[in-house]
Design a protein around this ligand. Structure first.
Ligand code: SD4
Length: 353
């Protein structure tokens, strides 16, 4: 009787194992086939053209590292975005100091530069640094020396337009005693390719009128960005000094690892940090996040009004969303209208008065 039961148990185990194998083979075959998931999510509407380029690469089976670098370079090269790359707004000494980072979610390689001047594409320097085992985060002159040695393109990143904004700001400061921190949008992205590799990257000129040498969250792993191909990735934008206090991008990945959907993870991370900062310090700066998990599911959250993001996946065409924070901390998303998109470009390109 007992022998019989043991035989049955053994048989059941074999059948279950067999079924598991079949399921795994079917999944693997789906991944091998045409419908392998890929995707990309980025902070702010300004990322949309870059994300479109990156998506083309991912669709064709391209690598998440190449796609994210291409996408961010597109934003860095566009002169009318005042907070990233060429045309970025200067520090209080009228110098454009840039921060950027890159992370490979397969190997956990990280590369970053901070306060780098006169190089066209900081994200590419960061990615190159990510291949180093040591010395992979470099600042200012050290970063510039490395970029020079590696043959990266030198460029004066201070445009006449940025100078005009600077002069206008100096005058306003005298007249109205404005606080220096306004007009800051970092591009942060998370990418998933068809092979299941995930990457995260950021690029920014940081805060307008920042002190020389100031470093924000964007080149700091775990704060401005994080990616783990086994789980997902996240990237942040807002007031770096506050985003860093919660290591917020890592926190989102950690929450996703616990099983939370990217949307829940983003909302929880923003709400918790916002509440902690208000309770302990009386105020919280701008905190906004985007995230994607290894299945291509995405999420975003913010504690401000007016946060926009760009998303594309194998299942969803490129869309710019406006995130709306509800009273209870949840976020809803509205597709940006054509009017909104046109207006965005018009205001970015309007003459400096
Ligand atoms: C910084 N987090 O340097 C960046 C700025 C930013 O939207 O994201 N602005 O603090």
């Amino acid at each position: 009787m007992r022998a019989h039961r043991e035989k049955d148990v053994q048989k059941k185990i074999r059948i279950e194992g067999y079924m598991e194998n079949i399921e795994k083979t079917v999944k693997d075959e789906q991944r091998e086939g045409g419908d392998r998931m890929w995707g990309m999510i980025a902070t702010w509407r300004m990322a949309a053209e870059g994300v479109e380029k990156g998506a083309g690469m991912l669709k064709a089976g391209g690598d998440a590292g190449d796609a994210i670098e291409t996408a961010i370079r597109e934003v860095e090269d566009f002169p009318y975005y005042k907070s990233v790359g060429y045309g970025g707004l200067p520090n209080e000494e009228m110098e454009v100091e840039l921060d950027a980072a890159y992370m490979d979610g397969d190997t956990l390689d990280i590369g970053a530069v901070a306060a780098i001047k006169d190089y066209a594409n900081p994200v590419s320097v960061a990615r190159r640094l990510s291949r180093e085992n040591v010395n992979c985060v470099l600042v200012a002159e050290g970063a510039e020396k490395f970029a020079h040695k590696e043959g990266f393109e030198r460029k004066n990143m201070l445009t006449d337009r940025a100078k005009a904004f600077y002069r206008k700001r100096v005058q306003q400061d005298r007249a109205e005693e404005l606080k220096p921190y306004a007009g800051h949008d970092t591009v942060g992205m998370v990418c998933l390719d068809q092979a299941g590799k995930m990457t995260a990257a950021t690029s920014t000129s940081g805060l307008f009128m920042k002190k020389k040498g100031r470093v924000g969250d964007s080149p700091i792993a775990g704060s401005g960005f994080y990616a783990d191909s086994k789980v997902g990735g996240a990237s942040a934008t807002g007031l770096g000094e506050d985003l860093m206090k919660g290591c917020i991008s890592y926190e989102v990945v950690r929450l996703m690892k616990e099983g939370l959907h990217p949307q829940e993870a983003c909302e929880k991370a923003v709400e918790r940090l916002d509440a902690e900062l208000k309770a302990r310090r009386g105020a919280a700066g701008d905190l906004s996040l985007v995230a994607m998990d290894r299945e291509g599911r995405w999420g975003a959250a913010t504690n401000i009004q007016g946060f926009s993001l760009a998303v594309v996946t194998e299942a969803e065409e490129l869309t710019v969303y406006l995130a709306k924070r509800q009273e209870d901390g949840h976020c809803t998303f509205e597709k940006a209208s054509k009017e909104w998109m046109d207006d965005y470009m018009r205001t970015r390109m309007a003459p400096v008065e």
